[in-house]
Design a protein. Structure first.
Length: 491
């Protein structure tokens, strides 16, 4: 059984110049979580007594991020980035200053390896019984990596490619830059690190050589998946890591009973929860703590951010954020659900509908071409096409309450604050500015009048005027006359 680590030290102080970003490298995201956040999650899997993150470049941003996502971790600042060995040394000094007793192993990992899994660190701890156990991987093309030189099973050296012989360059086992150390051996050896190298820095890899020279055993644990140790140094590698993470996430959900017609076009964040028998169609993005219940169908062409989707719901070509979609509800196509939108069981938000900060009751429908903002819509109500809930007076937002089994006529304007009683109707094209009693028909429009001959007088050369003249001549020829026989000369 693996011994519980005393500490995990995460190295996250580097600048990451190849990212060419104002944001520290470790804060870039993969699958909805920062690179550093992924590493912290993996480290927490082995339940260390302490997790220490060494920060440096962009320390304010990194510290603020940690305070938000993992306030329980410790941080220590590496004022000058003088190498990985120096970073670990100041972390150990910080732990000592806090009175930490390092009786178990100390694990060192890098903050830019988002694909590192907790299970791999568990394997490292289970294998660890030496002064140091190096986490390694075997890859087809080891170019650019430090090679693991062994004598039998023991590691004798880590040789950087520029210093390697032709025979050593042929080795396919590479160093990950991550280790499990005996705490006492690490504390003693790290104080002996020098800076006699081209960079003038203290290298953690030199600890391995010192331990071996002291006659202490150094072992290696080969990661079961070489992608676990894959670091991110630029935007290309960030995209590669994202694609690998996408495949891992989608494979897990499909094995758990989720159907994906095209998993390569589906992107799911690590915090999403999917039930069995969910169907996710192509070109769908699920972000944040989105939860989708059994039998729901999402996509194609849909983005859900921190949403809740009930059993049997269908969401097609939709963008939704912080929305709740009830059991059996239908959304889309081309629908925008903004924060606070709530659809009850069996409700509908159809084509070209936008809903914000509103509740649509059970069985209620907003079928098409409407805006609903700051409203409460009762069960069984139907909102006619092109209806607008006029919620903003230029300074403040106001609410509209629509009762149950109401019929709002097409092209209605509901000017908030206003209340439509249960069972009421509004006539198409109405502007409703006053409350409507239950069961009433509200008509809020001017009486229609026709100005005869206006087009021919005011637009005599237009195609419309030609069409009107032709129609009038046809009426004369057939004996038909205007329906009321009257004209209005007002222009």
């Amino acid at each position: 059984m693996a011994v519980r680590p005393s500490a995990v030290v995460i190295l996250a102080a580097g600048e990451g110049t190849r990212m060419k970003s104002a944001m520290p490298k470790v804060l870039h995201e993969v699958a909805g979580r920062s690179l550093l956040g992924h590493v912290i999650e993996a480290a927490a899997h082995i339940e260390p007594e302490h997790i220490v993150v060494v920060i440096g470049h962009g320390r304010e941003q990194v510290a603020a991020h940690l305070a938000e996502v993992a306030p329980w971790v410790l941080t220590v600042v590496q004022e000058e980035q003088l190498g990985t060995g120096h970073a670990v040394r100041i972390a150990l000094h910080d732990l000592a200053a806090r009175g930490a007793q390092l009786t178990g192993p100390v694990v060192v990992v890098t903050g830019d390896t988002p694909l590192l899994r907790g299970e791999t660190l568990s394997g490292l701890m289970a294998a660890h019984s030496a002064a140091c156990t190096v986490l390694t991987a075997r890859i087809a093309d080891p170019t650019g990596y430090g090679r693991i030189v062994r004598s039998g099973d023991a590691v004798t050296a880590i040789v950087e490619e520029r210093d390697a012989t032709d025979e050593q360059r042929a080795i396919d086992e590479i160093n990950s830059g991550m280790y499990a150390f005996d705490a006492a051996a690490l504390n003693e050896t790290i104080e002996r690190l020098g800076t006699d190298n081209a960079q003038g820095e203290e290298y953690l890899t030199d600890v391995v050589g010192l331990l071996s020279a002291d006659g202490l055993r150094v072992d290696a644990f080969i990661a079961p998946d070489a992608d676990d140790i894959r670091g991110v140094n630029d935007r290309v590698q960030l995209a590669e890591a994202g694609a690998i993470m996408r495949d891992r996430i989608n494979t897990r959900w499909m094995r758990d009973g989720v159907t994906m017609a095209d998993p390569f076009s589906v992107w799911i964040d690590v915090d999403v929860e999917l039930a069995a028998d969910v169907t996710v169609l192509p070109q769908t993005i699920l972000r944040g703590p989105t939860a989708i219940a059994s039998g729901a169908r999402v996509g194609p062409g849909t983005t859900l951010i921190s949403c809740e989707v009930g059993p049997g719901a269908q969401v097609i070509h939709t963008w939704a954020e912080l929305a709740v979609i009830g059991d059996g509800a239908q959304v889309g196509p081309y629908t925008y659900l903004r924060p606070g939108a709530q659809l009850g069981a069996g409700a509908k938000a159809g084509a070209y509908v936008e809903i914000k900060n509103s509740r649509v009751g059970d069985g209620a429908k907003v079928p098409h071409l409407s805006y609903v903002g700051d409203a409460e819509i009762g069960e069984g109500t139907n909102i006619g096409a092109a209806t607008v809930f006029v919620n903003y007076d230029g300074q403040e937002k106001h609410r509209t309450v629509v009762g149950r089994d109401v019929r709002i006529g097409s092209d209605s304007m509901l000017v908030a604050p206003v209340e439509i009683g249960d069972g009421a109707y509004t006539a198409a094209g109405s502007v409703i500015t006053e409350d409507v009693p239950p069961g009433a028909m509200a008509v809020g429009r001017a009486q229609q009048r026709n100005i005869e001959g206006w087009v021919e007088r005011r637009r005599p050369d237009s195609t419309s005027a030609s069409a009107a003249r032709a129609a009038r001549e046809a009426d004369k020829a057939s004996g038909r006359v205007p329906s009321d026989g009257s004209s209005d000369s007002e222009e």
